[in-house]
Design a protein around this ligand. Structure first.
Ligand code: UGA
Length: 455
């Protein structure tokens, strides 16, 4: 099949590369000429394990192309994916200017070139319920008829960063939202090779497909938040959230996944999507109470270790001037350089605000962190610097904070870490991802605190 992917962000690029790997002819379009040039030259613009092999192959065999020219991609395409940013607007709703802007461009081009034939336009970005209808209207405004000249399909993406290639190539389900049989048939043909294991392609109406995406992310964010609250209570009653997790996760109605307590969720999806769904509900005159709680609890959770650090290291005014805090992990989760809404960034902002000097290490996310703090500078009197290794970060620090559970943080030489940290007493370790064993840490001579587990 011939496919156009408009937008080469995370979802667009992974989709384009993976569709090409499945033998389709793919042209990816972006208005950012520098990005397109880099991709043309064979330089990937995101870090995602496993993507490079398919990217190289697609380019080499000329199935995967990049352009800034929408018309060039649109003319031969059977299916056009819109994978455009939908940033949160001031009021928490999803900003649709990019999606609707491109829909408008497509309408104009299709109206001017009737010989290009019928196209299926696919909303791949996470967009509010009702967007497919608005895209249909935007294209239809050029005198084009849905069902005859084009159809719009909602096909939400469920891939996770860090395992995006695997998630895309072997999805647990594919959701296709459309009332058009012709579009559903085309989409089914496109996706069949991805679900050869028997996983379902679920065809439904557009609104239900759009809702499915939000409901999935909101449910997952709620699940994590619920466990974080259980952990906070475990701390108070002397229970161990890890044991509770196993205790409840064996109930098949609950399931073992996404039950890991920690310093909250981050990323470009959960916070934004929970907010957007909450907002949609409000617009419909419905108050989605649980989502309000999820957002509030998560905000608190990301900062939850700050008072403990101030208790241990702060002066009489509750400040951390002159103290050095090592932070292991900057990305919002392992295996990505993405730092959007990263709990580590929230913590660093707090620490530096209180006067601490933070020395951070992350295997992939230092550059993205630098860029983020250039865009939104840190306030306060403290400082932020970066270390070459996890050990370098910890050396001389008054406290060590684990903010992201990169595999390399799980089994470091902790005796070496302990020796290199400041002070003669038991150095402080705040483990925001429960990667270490409390007994082992105490045995090594650390003062250790994790989330929802007795020290
Ligand atoms: C999430 C969803 O998992 C994907 O299905 C969805 O497609 C994607 O959003 C999206 O909408 O694009 P992602 O944001 O890449 O994927 O990351 P997750 O692996 O879901 O992790 C999100 C956050 O939850 C991370 O900060 C992680 O540390 C945290 N988390 C996850 C926990 O605190 N505990 C857990 O048990 C699991």
């Amino acid at each position: 099949m011939n496919i156009a992917v408009v937008g080469t962000g995370y979802v667009g690029l992974v989709s384009g590369v993976c569709f090409a790997e499945m033998g389709n002819e793919v042209t990816c379009v972006d208005i950012d000429a520098r990005k397109v040039e880099s991709l043309r030259d064979g330089r990937l613009t995101i870090y995602e394990p496993g993507l490079e092999v398919y990217f190289d192959r697609g380019r080499r065999e000329n199935r995967l192309r990049f352009t800034t020219d929408l018309a060039e991609a649109l003319a031969p395409a059977d299916v056009v994916f819109l994978a455009l940013p939908t940033p949160p607007a001031e009021d928490g709703s999803a900003d649709l200017q990019y999606v609707l802007g491109v829909a408008d461009d497509i309408g104009e081009l299709l109206a001017a070139h009737p010989d290009w034939g019928y196209k299926v336009l696919v909303d791949k970005s996470t967009v509010p319920v009702g967007t497919a209808r608005r895209v249909t209207a935007a294209v239809g405004a050029y005198g084009l008829e849905a069902g005859k000249h084009f159809d719009v399909v909602s096909n939400p993406e469920f891939l996770r960063e860090g395992v995006a290639v695997d998630d895309f190539m072997k999805p647990e389900r594919v959701v296709v939202g459309t009332d058009s049989e012709r579009a559903a048939e085309l989409m089914t043909r496109l996706y069949e090779p991805f679900v050869r294991s028997g996983n379902p392609i679920l065809v439904m109406d557009e609104a239900s497909a759009e809702m499915t995406k939000y409901a999935a992310n909101a449910m997952l964010a709620t699940k994590i938040t619920f466990m974080n609250e259980v952990a906070n209570l475990c701390d108070r009653v002397g229970a161990d959230v890890d044991k509770v997790r196993r205790g409840i996760g064996t109930d098949s109605r609950i399931g073992p996944k996404f039950l890991y307590a920690g310093i909250g969720f981050g990323g470009s999806c959960f916070p934004k999507d929970v907010q957007a769904l909450h907002r949609t509900a409000r617009e419909e005159g419905y108050s989605f109470e649980i989502l309000d709680a999820v957002l509030r609890v998560n905000d608190e959770q990301r900062k939850s270790m700050v008072p403990h650090i101030v208790d241990a290291l702060g002066d009489n005014d509750g400040r951390l001037d002159g103290k050095t805090i090592a932070v292991w992990g900057l990305a919002f989760k392992p295996h990505t350089d993405d730092v959007r809404e990263a709990p580590a960034h929230v913590l660093i902002r707090e620490f530096v605000g209180l006067g601490a000097d933070v020395v951070a290490f992350d295997p992939e996310a230092v550059e993205t962190t630098r860029a983020a703090f250039e865009r939104e500078p840190l306030g306060g009197t403290g400082s932020l610097s970066y270390a070459e290794t996890a050990y370098d970060a910890a050396a001389g620090a008054d406290a060590l904070v684990v903010a992201t559970e990169w595999p390399e943080f799980r089994r470091p030489d902790l005796a070496r870490v302990r020796q290199s940290m400041a002070g003669d007493g038991a150095p402080l370790v705040f483990d925001g991802r429960n990667v270490f064993d409390p007994k082992h840490m105490a045995g090594l001579g650390f003062t250790y605190r994790s989330v929802g587990r007795p020290s």
